[in-house]
Design a protein around this ligand. Structure first.
Ligand code: GAP
Length: 523
């Protein structure tokens, strides 16, 4: 992965995927699509599911009618709090600035930093030492209070003695202000507010506004789910931790429509099913957890949310980062898009509020209720939404896969090797093909095998250098199998297949090779 526009100094919060990265991310998305949508068989009663159900897909646009974002609540409510530093002119997300209390020379101050968790202790120490003008031998005069806390937990009075991350004087933070996270653009030749539109901050709304289209153009019946993978954009105040929090990212979202009476059961079902998906692709229970949100954490639409979280190695000890949220959205979205009539004479972006200050939604006025053919019951479906980030899932799989172990080199001596233990389904390269030496007809047979396998999967051909070094390069790329053509291959038509994790080599007939590798990678 490379920083976007790197030769021009890069752009904070934007990342490009290189030749291996693009394969890995595509495999993650394909596995999700296959397991959640295309490969879903509605005729099978799934374990733990209240009843059988269908899954269909959608691919919606990034720019949508601005009214969508008013009705979804994003126009009025999708914001973070930010603070500016009057000295450094830098802007920070209020809850992301962390610091700790320290006293010296009869003064107590709160020293903050934005560095990664593993260096924040040293960084706050360095800043405090500089602020109090202490020499290295006098650092014992600094009396630290235990633990880091985030800036948003401080009282307004305490802000006056806060040292901002890039400031030298105290109390330079402004009061926190709301900052809407949607990127704004202009559609067509209209440059004023009339042409204003937003890059979608989630793919979900495309599914809600197409609910009737899906019902009318297919034969799906409730319960059913609609899946979508696509780019979303958020103008994050402080993008950080590599691709974990970026400004352009991809989501893999399901909106699952069900009868309100069955929604609690489906909520539990999807939480368990999505946890199992990450386990099946290699995340260990040691680093994975399911966390139910407290009532005060719930989004404006949610009446219950659980996060699937992962203990990313760049976070502080004991901290977890969100991989996916599974939200019980009730009928909030369908109802919002249905209520009221949109008055075409009114400018859609005008902020309307009710008397008590709540945003007033003016939906499409379309009927988005559902009528059950069998019972004749009519209702607004409830929605369970498993919403995952493709970039975050990929980052977790990368972190989990990175291993250093010992393996013998060419001379049989044990050496440390870096190996990416990626699940074969998501590994960027499925197999590498090597001729043991570059002569005696071995390259020709190896190229033939490479050509045959290439029709089925992403394979790599390498004939340069010692075979041990070629194995190591593939271990670092996470390639699960290395196929070597040797002298015996030319005699009996077999090759060796080396397993990345066990290092075991087995001889397999060339005629059975494609099927064998396909079986091993589970495709
Ligand atoms: N439709 C619901 C929704 O969008 P969310 O929790 O805001 O919910 C869902 O986002 C997932 O999208 C997150 O769990 C995360 O994996 C991913 N995501 C959200 N913001 C992100 C960002 N700035 N960078 C990378 N991934 C992000």
């Amino acid at each position: 992965m490379f920083q976007s526009s790197e030769i021009y100094g890069g752009m904070n919060g934007f990342w490009d995927y290189g030749p291996l990265g693009v394969e890995l991310k595509r495999n993650v998305k394909n596995a999700w699509w296959q397991d959640m949508c295309a490969g879903h068989n509605e005729l099978i009663q799934l374990e733990g599911a209240p009843s059988t159900f269908e899954m269909v897909g959608l691919d919606c646009t990034i720019l949508m009618h601005p009214q969508v974002w008013k009705c979804s609540g994003h126009y009025d409510l999708f914001h973070d709090f930010m603070v500016d530093c009057r000295e450094s002119k830098k802007r920070y997300r209020f809850d992301q600035v962390r610091g700790r209390w320290v006293s010296a020379k009869s003064q107590r101050i709160f020293v903050t930093t934005m560095v990664e968790a593993d260096t924040e202790v040293e960084e706050t120490q360095r800043k405090a030492q500089k602020f109090f003008n202490l020499r290295a031998k006098d650092v014992d005069q600094l009396v630290w209070e235990s633990g880091f806390v985030s800036l948003d937990k401080l009282t307004p009075e305490e802000h006056a003695v806060t040292l901002a991350p890039d400031a030298n004087t105290l109390g330079t933070f402004t009061a926190p202000r709301e900052f809407n996270l949607m990127f704004k653009t202009y559609v067509g030749a209209l440059s004023g507010e009339e042409g204003a539109a937003f890059l979608r901050p989630e793919t979900a709304q495309g599914i809600f506004v197409n609910f009737k289209n899906v019902l009318d153009s297919t034969r799906v019946k409730i319960p059913f789910g609609v899946a979508q993978i696509g780019k979303s954009f958020r103008n994050e105040i402080t993008p950080r931790n590599f691709t974990f929090r970026s400004r352009e990212f991809e989501q893999m979202e399901i909106e699952f429509f069900c009868n309100p009476t069955e929604s609690p059961g489906w909520y539990t079902y999807w939480r368990n099913r999505r946890m199992q998906w990450y386990r099946d692709l290699g995340l260990s229970d040691k680093r994975l957890r399911l966390r139910e949100h407290h009532a005060d954490e719930l989004s404006h639409y949610s009446c219950g949310t659980a996060d699937i979280e992962y203990a990313f190695p760049f976070l502080a000890e004991g901290e977890y980062g969100e991989l996916e949220g599974i939200a019980h959205r009730g009928d909030f979205d369908l109802r919002s898009h249905m209520e009221g009539k949109l008055d075409p004479k009114k400018r859609p972006l005008e902020l309307e509020r009710t008397e008590d200050g709540q945003p007033k939604h003016r939906g499409s006025g379309r009927d988005l209720t559902y009528r059950d053919d069998l019972t004749n019951e009519r209702y607004t479906p409830h929605v369970i939404e498993p919403s995952a980030g493709a970039d975050r899932a990929m980052l977790a799989f990368l972190c989990e896969a990175y291993t250093e172990d010992e393996a013998p080199d060419e001379d049989g001596k044990m050496q440390t090797r870096v190996v990416m233990r990626l699940h074969p389904r998501i590994a960027p390269i499925k197999a590498a093909v090597f001729p043991l030496v570059k002569k005696d007809g071995m390259p020709e047979l190896a190229q033939k095998i490479y050509g045959d396998l290439k029709k089925h999967m992403n394979v790599f051909y390498d004939e340069k250098g010692a075979v041990g070094r070629r194995y190591r390069r593939q271990d670092e790329a996470g390639t699960p199998y290395c196929i070597t053509v040797d002298g015996q291959s030319l005699v009996d038509g077999t090759v060796t297949v080396r397993d990345r994790d066990t290092l075991v080599q087995t001889r397999i007939s060339v005629s059975e090779l494609t099927q064998e590798i396909k079986t091993r990678i589970g495709s």
